[in-house]
Design a protein around this ligand. Sequence first.
Ligand SMILES: [Zn+2]
Ligand SMILES: [Zn+2]
Length: 284
Amino acid sequence: MADFVALLGTKGGPAIRPGSTMPTASLLSIGGQRVVVDCGLGVSRGLIDQGMRLQDIALIFITHLHSDHYLELGPLLHTAWTAGKKTPVQVWGPPGLEVYWQGFLGSMQADIDLRIEDEGRPDLRAMVSIHEVTVDRPMVFDALQVTAIRTLHPPLIDTYALRFATAEKAVVFSGDTAFLPALADFARGADLLIHEAMLGEALPALLARVGNGDERLMRHLLRSHTLAADAARIATQAGAKALALHHLIPSDDPDFGPDEWHASVAPHWNGPFYLGHDGMRIAF
Ligand SMILES: [Zn+2]
Ligand SMILES: [Zn+2]
C-alpha cells in the first residue's frame, strides 16, 4: 500500500453551510498502517470515498476536544461496527475523550443493546479502547512511532501536534495552534507537514459575515491559529519536504481563493505545496 495522506475535511471550525467544505478529518496511510487523524463531521463519508472499509479502522488519533475535530468519532465507530467490525480499535486523544465516548455509548444504548440481542453482534463497548496521548514518551504501534507535543491553542491546554514516523517516512500534523516556533524542530525533515492555516487579509470580511461575534472572535482567531505565511515559515525552518494546508480559515469566501493562499505562502516556502480540499490525496 502506497504512503499517502487523504484530507477528508479541510475547513476550520464546526459550522457547515450550503456549498461549504467539511470540518477536520484526515486519513494517513504509512508503512502499511492506516490511521484516522481527527473525526470532524463527515469523516465516515470521507473514509468511504477513499475506498476504506470502516471495519478495517484500528487506530484513531484526536488532536483536541473542539467539536470540529471529534463530533463524528462516536458515529464513525458505531457505523464501523454495523459494517461488520469484529476487531479492536484504539482511540488516542486528550483527557476527557473517555467522557465523550461513555456519553455517546449511553446515548445509543437502546440501539446497541438491541443489535447485540436481535442481530447477534459483538459488544461495541468491548471493542473500543480510549487512551490518553502522551507527550513525554512515544506511542508505538508495531513499526509506527507516534510522538506528540502540546500546541498553543488557548483556552484549551491538551492540544497536540502529532508526528507519525516509520524507519523510512515521517508525517507531521500541526493540529490547531497559534504560530508555534517549536513546531519547526518537531517537524524536522518530515516528508510532509500538514499545517492549519488562516488567511489574515480575509479575517475582517469573515467577522462581518459571522455577524454575531465581536472583537473577541478576532482575538480568539489570532491567538489560537496560524497565518498561512507563518505556517510556510515553519515548513521552511523545519526543512520539510512538502507542505499541505488544511483547517482553512476562511474556507468559503469567494473573494479569497487559491490565488490568495498561494500568494501568502510563496514568499516563505519553495517546496511542493498543497492547498487542501476535501478528498485531496497526497502521496509522500
Ligand atoms: Zn479546529
Ligand atoms: Zn481547535
